[in-house]
Design a binder for this molecule. Structure first.
Ligand SMILES: Nc1ncnc2c1ncn2[C@@H]1O[C@H](COP(=O)(O)OP(=O)(O)OP(=O)(O)O)[C@@H](O)[C@H]1O
Ligand SMILES: [Mg+2]
Length: 252
């Protein structure tokens, strides 16, 4: 049974699609598999379908399987029943109009990654999303600081960390830095694992490998939603924190 990781924030342009594609890519690249048998599925539930366009530009080099399913409610509400993958990474819409899609997908989530840009202007729509939709879903979630440009200094980053901490929000240790490579990747039809082999590209890629380590956690695999029929070898439903290293909201 797959672990379903949902990337969500109803604020547009915070990096949901960037994180979904590149995280799925590094996990697929690390876990191996073949073109016919990938351990990772990427899913777009966003009617804007920017992940679909990106995936089409990457073509056969896409290291994970891909499904666009915003208009397929039957599949949206059944992601956890998909059998053949280890991990499913789900991109979600960046708009309030599509809230029902997000709510449906959250019923399928093992954990939720909430990208947030270190920009004080971005805080209030993200806060609304967390308080009204993500937290009530009762699924472990963590904020991910994305698109921080070290050339801007640490002021905004620290202010954002303070804001997150003051609310008791769980947060990834990893920060995804701003790189032009990431901004251009979709148009150029590449994911982070296909960037050129130079120092900057390695640094850019490293952020996603660090994030993957945190997301997969030391236990690495137990689905939170494993049912009574699915307890062979994965710890079943009652294994404490689920082995996924995600801090439950309010306990961090
Ligand atoms: N770490 C980063 N470094 C450089 N550019 C980034 C980074 N993260 C996101 N971007 C850029 O910011 C823009 C918005 O990112 P993205 O499309 O992933 O956000 P989104 O949350 O999926 O948006 P929407 O809500 O519209 O779906 C894109 O141009 C993307 O390339
Ligand atoms: Mg998007």
């Amino acid at each position: 049974m797959a672990r379903v990781h949902v990337i969500a924030n109803q604020k547009g342009g915070v990096g949901k699609t960037t994180v979904t594609v590149n995280l799925a890519a590094v996990v697929a690249d690390t876990l191996g598999g073949t073109a016919d048998n990938s351990p990772v599925l990427g899913v777009s539930t966003d009617p804007q379908a920017s992940m679909l366009e990106w995936a089409q530009r990457v073509g056969d080099d896409l290291p994970f399987d891909f499904e666009q399913c915003h208009d397929n409610p039957a599949l949206l509400g059944k992601l956890r029943e998909i059998q053949q993958y280890s991990h499913i990474f789900v991109d979600t819409p960046g708009s309030l109009e599509d809230e029902s899609i997000l709510q449906t997908v959250l019923t399928q989530a093992d954990d939720v990654i909430v990208p947030l840009e270190p920009e004080p202007m971005a805080f209030s729509p993200a806060t609304r999303s967390i308080q009204r939709v993500i937290e009530p879903a009762g699924v472990p979630w963590r904020v991910l600081l994305n698109n921080w440009d070290p050339r801007d200094g640490e002021g905004d980053l620290n202010q954002t960390r303070d804001y997150v901490q003051a609310r008791g929000w769980p947060c990834f240790h990893t920060v995804i830095r701003h790189y032009k490579l990431h901004t251009r990747a979709s148009a150029e039809g590449v994911t982070v694992v296909q960037y050129a082999k130079n120092r900057v590209a390695l640094e850019a890629r490293q952020d996603f490998f660090k994030l993957a380590l945190e997301v997969l956690g030391s236990g690495g695999g137990s689905p939170r939603h494993a049912g009574p029929d699915d307890n062979a070898g994965n710890g079943g439903p009652d294994n404490g924190d689920g082995g996924n290293g995600v801090t439950a909201p309010g306990k961090g």
